[in-house]
Design a protein around this ligand. Structure first.
Ligand code: ADP
Length: 239
């Protein structure tokens, strides 16, 4: 793949784990229990994508599909300040799309094409969280097949945007703390078949001691499995 770009997570250990930051033309999924840091990393990336390339960014703007009302402008301002970016300008380059249900969420993703074609330099699409609406709306065994089909379509649209416009896609997925929930990931469920040749990164986030977080790379086709420790601070994500 040509011209792959990378966006820093703010933690050099985390960046190394995933091969140097989150990648354009790919989907990166973080999954973990409530409070594991999924939204915090989303906020961080919404800022770092705006940095120049020599600082770990892509000089780009971001679409933030917010499904659970977790987007916090104040948090963006804090992180922007930590990177010496103007907080107001930084916020203006984050295009918030609040998705009220799964159909709305799918529609939001479909509309990203138009935004990019109108000349906005989108380099990152965040979906926080991917599954919340789907889980709430498609309950019971009989609806699982339909849910998976809709989800596959949604992921396919996101992957196409990533490939067509050299954009990074970052999705969050809440799972229970149970070890078997590990297998409940949407991208794992659909495997490589629907996503085709796309390289997909999956990172499992866990809470560690003393407020630390552990990130574990799983199922990577071309990177070794491994772990790193990172922290969430007022300034954002750090080693
Ligand atoms: P989720 O995985 O559910 O999306 P979050 O990303 O919202 O979890 O993480 C929430 C956690 O992040 C909080 O419980 C807290 O531990 C930590 N956190 C949030 N903001 C800060 C901050 N400014 N300083 C330090 N830790 C923070």
């Amino acid at each position: 793949r040509k011209d792959v770009g990378r966006i820093t997570t703010g933690s050099s250990g985390f960046d190394e784990l995933i091969g140097g930051g989150i990648e354009t033309q790919s989907l990166t999924e973080v999954f973990g229990e409530f409070g594991s840091g999924k939204s915090q990393i989303s906020h961080e990336l919404a800022v770092t994508v705006q940095l120049p390339e020599d600082k770990g960014g892509l000089d780009g703007e971001c679409v933030f599909i917010d499904t659970e009302n977790t987007f916090r402008p104040e948090r963006i301002e804090q992180i922007a300040n930590a990177f010496d970016l103007d907080p107001e300008e930084t916020l203006q380059k984050i295009h918030i799309a609040r998705a009220f249900n799964s159909s709305h969420q799918i529609l939001m993703a479909d509309k990203i094409n138009e935004l990019i074609q109108s000349g906005v330099n989108i380099k990152l699409v965040i979906v926080d969280s991917l599954m919340a609406h789907f889980r709430a709306e498609y309950v019971g065994r009989e609806s699982l097949a339909v849910r998976q089909q809709k989800l596959n379509q949604h992921l396919h649209v996101l992957q196409t945007i990533a490939n067509t416009y050299n954009v990074a896609v970052f999705i969050t997925n809440q799972v229970q703390a149970r070890p078997d929930a590990f297998f409940g990931s949407p991208t794992k469920a659909i495997g490589g078949h629907v996503l085709g040749h796309a390289s997909t990164y999956r990172v499992w986030l866990k809470k560690g001691l003393a407020g630390k977080r552990i990130a574990r790379l799983v199922d990577s086709p071309h990177l070794p499995e491994g772990e790193c420790v990172f922290k969430i601070t007022n300034d954002g994500i750090i080693d």
